[in-house]
Design a protein around this ligand. Structure first.
Ligand code: G6P
Length: 360
């Protein structure tokens, strides 16, 4: 069944492997009988009537939310704020006139997110929950739900739910944009299919990713993940994955911020993972890599077909520039997995962490 490991040594590896199928399942679940991407009309109306979206989430779901903001703003032209749920309660921003709250939560049970939902419902605002668990608390208590259709996620470190969140956010932004009559110059359904194939290619490259984990992280005390634009948000997720399961101290940040502090930490052999999938900023991120290499860093460039250069350690297949987060996160998940294995860490149940955190 879905919740058995089968021949896999860990749920995490099984869930990583399920990701191409998760994207395909989402395409299928969110296609209408004419084969076009679609979402529930009431949800579409709620999004279109809002003058601003407030995405609320924690952990990995927060990282997906940061990408969701880019989708709604760039594809649909709707302004978005993204907030960490635990901070929102005391740092409530000034709200727009017609806000719509979007909760992103794999489990649908995270207490930090739920307290925000309770608060905004008390104030009479509408809420949409994007969750993997039908009937979960945040789903029941919100006005609307969009399901992730990722299947049960057992490993504490989230992988396929993140990919599902990013895909559902892209799809929701795209369908909203279509319904607003925006001029869209790409076919998201086709592009998601291409992304699913690219994910497949990467989950089939396990040997290479295990080697990368060995080359860069075997003796590492710390590691850095850098990127710009969408790559920046994926860097945050890459660093979180590595911290969670391998206990290597890791930090993800925007390439341009390096010189404002973090570069002081670069020593001989410090691993730096640099994502370079965004053509517009590729030269800048490569400039950052030169800066850290000059200070002794062991840099691993992960780029994309079409904008790759000789010496890049990994080149992901070409996908639509907005969908790179779905794909570039896969090697980071696998590198973390193998780094944790090498350290004999308990991959599925890391110390001090819980799958869903039901205390504030
Ligand atoms: C816990 C999990 C994380 C997850 C976060 C938010 O900390 O260990 O993997 O990202 O909760 O969970 P949610 O279910 O709300 O997405």
């Amino acid at each position: 069944s879905d919740i058995e490991k089968g021949t896999y040594p860990h749920y995490m590896l099984k869930e990583i492997d399920e990701q191409p199928g998760v994207v395909r399942k989402i395409i299928q679940e969110y296609s209408n009988p004419n084969g076009e991407l679609s979402i529930d009309e009431n949800i579409l109306t709620a999004i279109k009537e809002a003058d601003r979206l407030y995405i609320i989430a924690a952990g990995t779901s927060y990282h997906a939310g940061l990408i969701g903001k880019q989708y709604f703003e760039k594809i649909a032209g709707i302004p978005v704020e993204v907030h960490i749920s635990s901070e929102f309660g005391y740092n409530m921003p000034l709200l727009s006139e017609k806000p719509l709250f979007i909760f992103i939560t794999q489990s649908g049970e995270t207490a930090d997110s739920r307290q925000v939902l309770v608060k905004v419902k008390e104030k009479g605002y509408s809420a949409l929950t994007i969750t993997n668990v039908p009937g979960s608390t945040l789903s029941r208590e919100a006005d609307y739900t969009l399901l992730l259709h990722a299947g049960p996620e057992i490993a504490v470190a989230s992988t396929k739910a993140y990919v599902a969140q990013v895909a559902v956010l892209a799809l929701t932004a795209y369908v909203t944009a279509q319904s607003l009559g925006k001029d869209l110059n790409f076919d998201l359904k086709q592009e998601l299919g291409i992304a699913a194939n690219a994910i497949q290619t990467l989950v089939d490259s396990k040997d290479d990713l295990e080697l990368i984990a060995e080359d860069y992280l075997k003796v590492a005390r710390n590691a850095f993940f850098i990127g710009r634009n969408l790559d920046y948000y994926v860097s945050l997720e890459g660093a979180l994955k590595l911290k969670e399961i391998s206990y290597i101290q890791a930090e993800g940040f925007a390439g341009g911020e390096l010189k404002h502090g973090t570069i002081a930490l670069i020593e001989e052999g410090t691993p730096v993972f640099a994502l370079a999938t965004q053509e517009y900023v590729a030269l800048n991120i490569r400039g950052n890599v030169k800066e850290v290499v000059a200070r002794g860093a062991n840099a691993c460039i992960i780029s994309m077909e079409g904008i790759n250069e000789e010496g890049d350690r990994l080149v992901i297949p070409k996908v639509h520039t907005l969908l790179t987060p779905l794909v570039s996160v896969i090697p980071l998940q696998l590198i973390s997995y193998y780094a944790a294995l090498h350290r004999r860490a308990d991959v599925d149940k890391p110390r001090n962490l819980a799958k869903s955190v039901t205390v504030e």
